[in-house]
Design a protein around this ligand. Structure first.
Ligand SMILES: Nc1ncnc2c1ncn2[C@@H]1O[C@H](COP(=O)(O)OP(=O)(O)OP(=O)(O)O)[C@@H](O)[C@H]1O
Length: 255
């Protein structure tokens, strides 16, 4: 019942023919990677799943109920979205930003309480950001800001994580730490849907994959079934070779 589903979903990518309707059934515990070339509609799909953008056709269903039938606050308690870039440049500190994750649980003029502050502190600790708590977000590096976005959703404790490029701007250590965090969320009973450009992160960490093609075609299923060299070459218009390392397939673009 805690599933996130789509029925006949056509995401609204302007100027594109409908392509294949998405009938996805994503369950808690699963980690979905959305792969595809630039402009294929990955971000648009994520925003549609979050109810931030209307689909061209079809519907999104959360816990068996159509998304528009939920109250916005109920959705915010269940779906956490990590956007690719944040442009809201309010002069807020790292701590104040993490506390925004608690707003779905507060009434409009209610101040954050001790539990909220404890959630935010713990989220900052998990993302290696404790020492930056009093800093203005506008003064942070790209990778530090990305970790603040992740910490804000962690403080929110959503059932579903919708993440656009989780490793954007992150160094190798923080890439691994972030993927480990998302995997731990899935193990703890959350669902994760993430757009990824790094095919190898997807191959290593995702239980399921959705391949979105430029023309609106799509296919999806358990990751091992989707990691076919030919399908991936067609997806990216790029020749690939595949080797195995550390127990996972590794795809290398050939020159
Ligand atoms: N408001 C808009 N008006 C016109 N075109 C738009 C609008 N929003 C998105 N698009 C177009 O829809 C297409 C899909 O965009 P989207 O951001 O979902 O792609 P993406 O797969 O996430 O790409 P990327 O890998 O570059 O992040 C793009 O071609 C984009 O230019």
């Amino acid at each position: 019942m805690a599933s996130l589903e789509t029925r006949g979903l056509i995401v609204d990518v302007p100027g594109r023919s409908p392509g294949r309707a998405l009938d996805l059934c994503m369950a808690p515990g699963e980690c979905w990677g959305v792969l595809g070339p630039n402009g294929a509609g990955k971000t648009t799909l994520l925003h549609t799943l979050a109810g931030l953008r209307a689909p061209r056709a079809g519907l999104v269903r959360l816990e068996g109920r159509d998304l528009p039938r939920w109250r916005r606050r109920e959705v915010a308690q269940r779906l956490g979205v990590v956007f690719q870039e944040r442009h809201d440049e309010f002069p807020a500190t790292v701590m104040e930003t993490a506390l925004i994750g608690r707003h779905p649980y507060l009434s409009p003029w209610q101040r954050e309480g001790e539990t909220d502050i404890a959630h935010a502190r713990e989220a900052l600790r998990r993302l290696d950001l404790e020492h930056l708590a009093p800093r203005l977000v506008s003064t942070l590096s790209g990778g530090e800001r990305q970790r603040v976005s992740l910490a804000t959703v962690l403080a929110q404790s959503p059932l579903w994580w919708l993440v656009d490029e989780p490793t954007n701007h992150l160094d190798l250590h923080h890439q691994m730490a972030t993927m480990t965090l998302l995997e731990a969320q899935a193990r703890a009973g959350c669902g994760v849907v993430m757009c990824l450009h790094d095919l190898n992160l997807a191959a290593r960490w995702c239980s399921h994959l959705l391949l979105l093609y430029s023309d609106g075609e799509a296919c999806w299923g358990p990751a091992p079934d989707m990691l076919e060299v030919e399908a991936l070459e067609r997806l990216y218009g790029q020749k690939l070779m595949c080797v195995e390392a550390d127990g996972a397939p590794v795809f290398i673009p050939t020159r």
